[in-house]
Write a protein of this length. Structure first.
Length: 65
């Protein structure tokens, strides 16, 4: 049976944690910050954990990471 290929688009956007979860950047952080509050801008910094409902799908995309 051939090896599973890693989905390169997903590999560039998500990182696997040690316990098997996924972390990713937040949406709404690309441009137009003048329409967002200071609190919203501050909370959008850094990475956030992916919701548990999506983890099963993304484990198939990143089998080796």
């Amino acid at each position: 049976m051939p090896k599973m290929k890693t989905n390169r688009a997903a590999a560039k956007r998500f990182k696997r944690t040690a316990k098997g979860g996924f972390k990713s950047g937040n949406s709404r952080t690309d441009h137009r910050f003048h329409g967002k509050t200071k609190k919203e801008r501050r909370q959008l910094r850094g990475l956030s954990m992916m919701d548990k409902s999506n983890v099963k799908r993304y484990k198939k995309l990143l089998p080796y990471k």
